[in-house]
Design a protein around this ligand. Sequence first.
Ligand code: 6R9
Length: 650
Amino acid sequence: MTENPSLSNLLKEERRFAPPVELAAAANVTAEAYEQAKADRLGFWAEQARRLTWATEPTETLDWSNPPFAKWFADGKLNVAYNCVDRHVEAGHGERVAIHFEGEPGDSRAITYAELKDEVSRAAHALTELGVQKGDRVAVYLPMIPEAVVAMLACARIGAAHSVVFGGFSADAIAARIKDADAKVVITSDGGYRRGKPSALKPAVDEAVSRVDSVRHVLVVQRTKQDVAWTEGRDVWWHEITRKQSTEHTPEAFDAEHPLFILYTSGTTGKPKGILHTSGGYLTQTAYTHHAVFDLKPETDVYWCTADIGWVTGHSYITYGPLANGATQVMYEGTPDTPHQGRFWEIVQKYGVTILYTAPTAIRTFMKWGDDIPAKYDLSSLRVLGSVGEPINPEAWMWYRKNIGADKCPIVDTWWQTETGAMMIAPLPGVTETKPGSAQRALPGIAATVVDDEANEVPNGGGGYLVLTEPWPSMLRTIWGDDQRFIDTYWSRFQDRYFAGDGAKKDEDGDIWLLGRVDDVMLVSGHNISTTEVESALVSHPSVAEAAVVGAADETTGQAIVAFVILRGTANVEDEGLVADLRNHVGSTLGPIAKPKRVLPVAELPKTRSGKIMRRLLRDVAENRELGDVTTLTDSSVMELIQSRLPAAP
Ligand code: 6R9
């Protein structure tokens, strides 16, 4: 990418936002943390590990004697569930609400830490009764209901690794994950509420389980009370088995490196990778980053992460980080437009949410729906806003700040991955002068940089590949059952450095800007162009709410830029002048080389369940090819919709 350094710096963003004075004055973490971690990185993490309660305090910090297989805090022992629940009750916070649950139909439930402790204990006994033992795997396929968190913590409590599968994934996807992890028990529900209707979950599990041999029991939470098929002897109602268990359960201490969970990343090709996370290092970094990046004050904050539990964001920033920190959080079951497009803001107002963590895909959707919707609600409780999942376009960032954050809340754009386990690059809300669209700096204790094809670090102003240069506590330990694939995928592209698979650039201050997946980078007339920058240029046009661009094979230029755009409320899809206008807008913002050859207005874009645009499917469309694997798509009808709108290639 460095052959054309100017092209990695197409987008110029000059806006700057200082941290709010009051927040900075009382911030959990100050600029000193960077200095401290720089002076003694391992000492810094050893200190962060003391946020946790250990049954045996670790004396070792990092064992990197067999890279890339790391061990963190290896001689320490702890119980993760004890850290997330019991210790807060023991510290006198049993009456604090852990979870304000808001169901899609409008039912709600507040669960205190004391109640959560009872529920987790009962569920832990139930799993033991069903034969689950330390070291086993349990698959979890649930909607966004508190039992999802309880199930994860119950597994952690008895030392069984959970493997959460997005509710709504197909029987195929569930079966493949059960098989790969050799799961003994599956925890599911009759169904969940989605878009105003009960939607069944158990049939997919029944089908998946019929195709594998390992599963002995299916534990079924009753949520919608819809009819379910029942296999006697195998299926067990959650409420029936947990009801009869004791609320007292002694947590066993496990090694810091004991497996905590496996989470599958879809990947673009090949079978999904089971990313393995372990206990002590993972919990240390999720707890620290949740404390530092959100400035969490557990006594007064009401935190809300809108992610699904099936995404790593739900694991690290709904279940583990916030609960390890004793936070009060909101958990919402449904979609943002049920029963109306103001549902999120109604929830912020109802619970007085102070910290909101959501994804660019949601923010762009809210932009499309219009400013007047959030304006109807009292959002004045908010003080920190977070973003995760994709690069956030500067215009979406500005919209978020202005319309949700009243032009005062700092935005923390957090870069990380399933593999990294916790946030890696993000501003600190009381320290960083933020820049719209940039995740900015590696967090204290984290080492990240940008390198070129030859692995040389690029100077400020240069672009290339994002790499992590030192091991970190919450790093994946391997790919489940496939150490070689772990080495090949992440540690072979650049020697001794972790290859994240993302393109990135450094600006003149050395701040990092993420440019999208390396697989998506376009090569036009010999120039590398990032999808993110062209998309951000399109989104900066007042008529565009969302954009996805791909490079499609082209006889003259190698690849040509094809842009799919979702227009804002009043813009007209049939307006030929608008298409020309959008092409010119990109040309004048980024330069003529970045001007899309074709701009196609569409109603929807193909996305994964975590909201990431699946550009490879759009590339298939743009090149008139048959569609590749669509199993991780949220809604498969979207592709038909796009194809039907497509004029024949010029
Ligand atoms: C947490 C999560 C990881 C990939 C990652 C990158 C993209 C996530 C981002 C971001 C730019 C951010 N990504 N956060 N890109 N800025 N703040 O999303 O994990 O689902 O494994 O995806 O998501 O491309 O490599 P995961």
